[in-house]
Design a binder for this molecule. Sequence first.
Ligand SMILES: Cc1ncc(COP(=O)(O)O)c(C=O)c1O
Length: 419
Amino acid sequence: MTSYTRPLPDLTKRDLSSLRDDFPILNQQVKGHPLVYLDSGASSQRPVQVIEAITRYYERDHANVHRGIHELSHRSTTAYEAARDRAAEFFNATRREEIVFTRGATEGFNLLARAWGDANVREGDTILLTEMEHHSNLVPWQMLAERKKAKLAFVPVIGLEGKLDADALDRLLTPDVKLFSFTHVSNVFGCVNPVTDLCRRARAKGITTIIDAAQSAGHLPVDVQAIGCDFLVCSGHKMLGPTGSGVLYGRYDLLAAMPPFHGGGEMIEIVRWDRSTYKAPPMRFEAGTPSIAEAIGLHTAMDYLCAVGRERIHQHDAELVALARRGLGALPGVRLLGPAEGGTGLVTFVIDGVHAHDLSTFLDERGIAIRGGHHCTMPLHKKLGLSSSARASFHLYNTHAEVECLVDAVEAAIKFFAG
Ligand SMILES: Cc1ncc(COP(=O)(O)O)c(C=O)c1O
């Protein structure tokens, strides 16, 4: 399937380093140095093909979707719905109606906590998470638990490697657990959790599962049928797509049994003064004017990721992580988080005596963008005894030379802060 805009050339033959030229933002100097962008875990950059798709849509075809009978509305609706087909194929959903467009992973979780959670979680029930979840897969469940007088439980994380405690999971999958929601790839450890196995174990006990694919969808193949999850959420801006775009996948029977999240135009069938009836999914969950250009841009981003090859991106990420771990791990006072092997996409570390914010500022002076802080995992950082950590995160456009540049700059920082 090609994108609504220009078909992409075959990128599988092109060297990844040459694809870097597709990302115009990377070709700039920051503070007198070539930009080294190592913050794709927070938000990736987007290729020119995605930027052009959005521009062309606005230049030629924009109108509201699903409501007009005129030509532009028809074009816009066709493009928006083609993006849904693309997402269904990208995640291997069984049908296109299982794809709901959202503004990102956070909105996906809030939708599920309200629409699925309010209908299915009762007083005394337990919502099971893991200790490595991003706040977006924690706070909406805290709010649901408060509304419903339900409980939260957490699969523990073992040590700085961030391994999930599999033995504890057996104990934690008790009859009162209604939901198990967990991340595919941790935004702190970079570990790839065994999602298929975790879903199988939960399903065997009748527990509904949600996968947080925010850090995986743009980096490795994600197949909802192979994983066997009930729901999955992700953010377009982390997978080479626009901000304000995202996907919620839901098994159709579950979506069809859920009440709406937001009320308003386009999600209704018949509206009376006192009550309304609602459309079937996915429209039931897309009230009002959706993020049309964003869905179209995300379509091209998914085309791009598939044209490059998600296995290839995964392998490239893993190579960069291994290189970074070797280099950073050899520096004095550096402690690495995440698994020694098998990590992907990012490396998180702490340096004795150097605050992550000071390190980030030091690196920024050299044109290197990393993230310092708690990475929206405050309770996890507290458990690990850390107030903050530094994180370098990669995408297909990053190079070995950039990782070496990072390691050299961190070494310089250690010397600088040692006085
Ligand atoms: C693992 C994980 N889940 C969820 C999110 C939330 O994504 P967004 O802010 O795009 O909604 C992030 C963002 O960093 C993340 O890393």
